[in-house]
Design a protein around this ligand. Structure first.
Ligand SMILES: Nc1ncnc2c1ncn2[C@@H]1O[C@H](COP(=O)(O)OP(=O)(O)OP(=O)(O)O)[C@@H](O)[C@H]1O
Ligand SMILES: O=C(CO)[C@H](O)[C@H](O)COP(=O)(O)O
Length: 315
């Protein structure tokens, strides 16, 4: 006699499941910037973006009296986030809470209907085993702390109503929870991305930041050795991961020329061998400037999304 869960799963039918991508990282690590370009590229009719900071249990005012910050799992409805991620992974709609980052208030929930691809970004998407089980591809954004601090001060003082001193004080308050709950998610990512100067090289201030992408063998990456062969500003290196295991690292220097970046982007895209037209408009930053290291990172993520979709259709 099948269990009730089996009946429920059968009744649900064989709807198409979306490809699920997680982008985790601390506040102002660049998650929204990366996500926005991906959504623009594939279009909202194919891609749904969800921010899991919407699962904050308390609004900004309520949090002031609490012994923890927004980074703590107890400050978030983690179980509801897990339920919703499971539903999205099965292609089901959710009624998602909404946290307004501008005002710090919890506002009217919104209906989210997953499209072919779902990007889930935020502070804690890879925090629990159940949440991690919902994803096909996982990314952790790991900028140098000094870089992230500068981004957070600039963004929170212009868009979230804080003074620079308030931001710095809040970052100090969050540090213990950042170490305990945010940074450990790095170990669960298929790809770890660091926008900043490549080690041993000082990027000139007028150039976009360089990128280092750790490409862990937990997913199949395109053959980048061929792609970057002979390039001046892109290199593939074998590094030691934090657990001591060897890992490929793709370095994209901020000073990469437009022509070289274009050749590499097209070469990555050709390895997909799909009908989808080459995505031209990637790499846009919040201030409207463009960055080839960001564009190449986004292209690699698109490669994984489209490849995962294609493999699933074929299976
Ligand atoms: N690769 C980059 N190059 C230059 N600037 C960047 C880059 N990524 C992010 N930034 C800057 O950092 C700021 C914060 O980025 P973003 O809003 O994407 O972070 P986030 O991780 O989504 O933040 P939060 O979780 O706090 O909402 C942006 O306003 C942008 O100016
Ligand atoms: O880390 C964050 C992600 O953006 C936010 O700062 C957090 O979600 C809530 O903080 P705030 O009270 O500043 O809105």
């Amino acid at each position: 006699m099948p269990h009730r869960i089996v009946h429920m799963l059968r009744a649900r039918g064989t709807g198409r499941r979306p490809v699920m991508l997680a982008i985790a990282g601390d506040s102002a690590a660049g998650k929204t910037t990366l996500t926005r370009g991906l959504v623009e590229c594939l279009g909202e009719d194919r891609m749904t973006a969800v921010c899991v900071d919407d699962y904050h249990r308390f609004d900004r005012r309520e949090r002031q009296g609490k012994p923890f910050t927004a980074l703590h799992p107890d400050c978030n409805y983690i179980e509801i986030m897990e339920q919703h991620l499971q539903l999205l992974a099965m292609g089901e709609p959710i009624l998602k809470p909404v946290y307004d980052h501008g005002t710090g208030e919890l506002v009217r929930p919104e209906l989210i209907e997953p499209r072919d691809f779902v990007i889930v970004e935020g502070l804690l998407p890879l925090y629990s085993k159940m949440a991690r089980a919902c994803f096909d591809i996982t990314v952790y954004l790991d900028p140098p702390e000094a870089q992230r601090t500068a981004w957070k001060v600039s963004r929170d003082t212009t868009k979230r109503g804080y003074t620079a001193d308030q931001v710095m004080e809040e970052m100090r308050r969050r540090e213990i929870e950042s170490a305990a709950f945010i940074r450990p998610q790095r170990r669960h990512a298929d790809i770890v991305v660091r926008f900043g100067s490549v080690s041993g090289r000082a990027d000139p201030p007028q150039e976009p930041l360089s990128a280092e992408l750790l490409l862990r063998p937990t997913v199949d990456h395109p053959d980048l050795a061929e792609v970057v062969h002979g390039a001046d500003a892109l290199h593939l290196k074998l590094l030691r991961d934090t657990d001591g295991r060897p890992v490929d690292a793709l370095h994209v220097h901020g000073g990469v020329s437009g022509e070289e970046a274009e050749i590499v982007k097209k070469a990555i895209w050709e390895r997909l061998d799909v009908e989808t037209p080459f995505p031209a408009s990637l790499g846009t930053l919040a201030d409207g400037a463009t960055s080839d290291p960001v564009a190449i990172t986004q292209l690699l993520l698109l490669y994984h999304l489209i490849n995962a979709d294609r493999l699933r259709m074929a299976s």
